[in-house]
Design a protein around this ligand. Sequence first.
Ligand code: NAD
Length: 416
Amino acid sequence: MTMLFETGLSRRFFLRGTGGGLLLGSALGAAGPSFAQSTGASGGGGPALPPDGPTGRPMPEMEKAMPEAPGKRLGYAIVGLGQFALNQIIPSFAESKSSKLVALVSGNRDKALQVADRYGVEQANIYDYQNFDRIADNDEIDIVYIILPNALHAEYTVRAFKAGKHVLCEKPMAVTADECETMIRAGREADRKLMIAYRAQYEPYNMEAIRMAREGELGRIRLVTSDHGRILDPKVPADQWRMVKALAGGGSLYDIGIYSLQAARTITGEEPVEVSAHISSDRSDPRFREIEELVAFQLRFPSGALANLTSSYSTAPVKRIQVFGSKASLVLDPATEYERHQMMVKTEKEERRVQIPEGNQFAAEMDHMAKAVLEEREPKTPGEEGLRDIRIMQAIYQAAEQGRPVSLETTGSTAR
Ligand code: NAD
């Protein structure tokens, strides 16, 4: 099943290719409103010509849904103006439908002023890490999005809940399972929502792969493999805290192995019952004095399906997911890029490319959170989802250290 692009596009190309406006009237014919009807012009016979002067036309056919009016969108405060916040998240508000940027939290006022100026944030809505708690007095802020080094996620989540705000928090949720539990409890006590920013679960290709696997289009899922690797670069500021265990919590596993883990859990729809793992770190390399370099881990699921997963901080970039079912296999490569995903499905008889329109996954996840708040429902990726991954990753470290498999408590299928 190869999906085609939206029909709106092909119609536009058809009109361009055939001379545009004049043909539009006759192409619509009896089926659509004629230009004469829509402008109030009259005349018998053929299609009406546009008037010579300026005129107001009816609303055109919309190719993209319009956003909510600004007053109906929920206001976000972004905490931490680093690489990811400035390159991916803040620009994506322009493509969001239910979210808007209203406040910034940064330790660097000059940078915050520059960003505020460019994105129309009022200076009064700039906070730093000391006066952060004053967001409690700002009704424009509905949701706080935490994009800080991992070890700071728990503190700022709890402080945001104390200020009466909802929280969207970057992955990994926190460093320890205890921190995750504290965050979940703080949200419940404040009666506010907590969502973990697992962007892949809001990205169209990943969602389609999950759907195909869960709806049996690949047959019975027996094996998932996934590899996430990149080269950690000490010259890049965003990679400097990633080398410090006290700030990052872990190495390649916590940062990008979490995508391999998420792939196996979301595609099978099951929780692993057992994990085994190997870790290898070149301790003579200053990057890996505190955090791990390479992780290879295996998960066993209640259905008998297996996952063979890796993460690396010292090899050329890879972001790949492969699913092997009894009827077909699926390759998503790149799988967890910001854009330009590629998906192939292979059976004994054929190999075909699955093409679907790309979507802005960052805008989609922010809008999902805004809708969850507005409609008072749990987000698809709540704090409990983040906690599950932290528990499994802790078991992965334990399995590697002990040199034998570790069994995990399981609650059965993922309830999504
Ligand atoms: P970054 O270093 O570029 O940004 C971190 C921000 O936190 C900076 O603005 C920095 O000034 C601020 N900060 C505050 N206290 C700090 C401290 N003690 N040490 C270092 N920085 C401090 O990092 P990033 O790559 O933007 O990552 C931030 C978070 O976003 C991490 O949790 C990371 O896992 C997550 N992230 C997620 C994705 C994704 O695709 N979902 C991608 C990149 C990063």
